[in-house]
Design a protein around this ligand. Sequence first.
Ligand code: HEM
Length: 414
Amino acid sequence: MSSLSALLDDYNPLDPETLIDPYSYLEALRAEAPVYHCPKTGLYIVSTYALVRDVLSDNELFSSEFGASLGGAAVPQEVLEVQNQGYPAVNTMLTADNPEHKRYRGMVNKAFTPRRIKVIAPSIEKISSDLIDGFIQDGCVEVLSQFSVELPLSVIADQLGVPRTDLPQFKRWTDGFVAQLGGMAGPEGAVEAARLILEFQHYFADRLAEARDSPREDIISDLVRARVEGEAPLDVAESLSILQQLLVAGNETTADAIAEGCWLLARHPEVQAAVRRDPDLIHNLVEEVLRLASPTANMWRVAKRGTELGGVEIPKGAFVLLSFTSANRDESVFSEPNRFEIERKNAREHLAFGRGVHVCVAASLARREMQIAFRDLTERLGAFSIDPTAEPPRHRPNILLHGLSSLHLRFDHA
Ligand code: HEM
C-alpha cells in the first residue's frame, strides 16, 4: 500500500480518474486519515465503516439538507432561467431532515413493503425474461442498453402507473438528473440537464393532475392521496421531488448494481458455475455484489454545528462526504475486502443501502430485481465472459453514483 503522504499531492476526490478508480486512495485514507479534510475541495471525507455508520445514525448533528447548498452559488444564469419555468426544488426524503423527513417517508414506505414486492415479483420476472428473449439468439449482449437499464426502468414505470412507451423519455430525464447530481456536465451540459428536468416536471405534473381526477392503484395516485394523520397533503413541488428521487434512485443504482454483478461474474467463471449448481447462493451473491459495487459510492451530509469526528474538528456548515465505497471495503470488517467471495458470511453487513432513518426505502425491491436478474442470466445464457472484440468496460466519473458506461459480454447459449 502507498502511504497517504505519498498520494496526498495528487488526491482530488472529484477528479474524473479518481472517481473511476478511487480504491488505492481510499485504502490509504482508511489507514491514516479516516476523516480527511481535503485542501483541494474543502470536503471532509469519511472513509471507515465505523465512522460512516456513526454519521449515518446521527441526524441531530449531520443534516441531509444538502440539496439547495450543492448547486447554490455556482448555478449559471441560463440554468436559472430554465429552472424558473418549472416548479421550485424542495427538500424531500433524501434531502430532508426530521420532522419533514418522517412525514415524506411515511407516505412512500407503503409502496415498497415486502408484501408489495411479493406482488410485483412476477412482473419483474416477466420483464427480465422478455429482455433476455431479445438477445439470447445473438450469443452476445451489451448489458446496459439491452438489459440492466431497462429492467428497473420498466419496473418503476409500472409502479408509477405510466406507460412503458414513455420509457425512452424516462431514461433521458434520469440522465439529466444524474448529470446534475454528478456535477461533471460543464456549463452546456448543466443547461441541457435543467431542460430535461423541466420536461420531467411538466410530464409528471400532468400525471399528478390526472391521478387527482381519477386515482388508480399506483404510486402517483398514492402521492396524490397521501396523508399522514394530522399532516397536510403533498403539494405538486413536493410530489415531483419524490418522483424525481424514485426515478433516479430507482433506476440508475439498480442498473449499475446489475451491470457490475454481471462484470464480476464474467471475470469469475467459477462463481457462475457455483451459482448454476446452487441457485440458493444468489441471495448472498447479491449482497456481495452490492458490497463491492457500492452503486451509491458517496453521499453528502452537512454539519449542523461544529463537532469533532475521528479526532478531526469539523466546522458548522462543512460538507461531509461519506464514502460507502470505502466503508464496504474496510478491512477491519470485511477480510480480504477486495476479493469477490460469494460465500462471505457477513456480506449483508455492507452499507450500500445506507443505515438509519434514510436507509434506502426500496432496498427490498432492488434486492429482488438483482436476484431475478442474476438467476435468469446465469440460468439462460450459459457460461458468459467479457467480449474481447468490443470496447472494454469502463466506469463513468460521478461523485454519487458509480457504474459502468457499457459492458459487452459473449455467451455459450445462442
Ligand atoms: C442497488 C440499488 C440501490 C442502492 C445501492 C441504493 C442506495 C441508497 C442509499 C445508500 C440510500 C441512503 C442515502 C442516505 O443515507 O442519504 C438510499 C436512499 C433512497 N433510495 Fe435507494 N438504492 C437503491 C435502489 C433504490 C430503488 C429501486 C429506489 C426506488 C424505486 C430507491 C429509492 C431511494 C430513496 C427515495 C431514498 C431516500 C430515502 C430517505 O431519505 O428516506 N433506491 N438508497
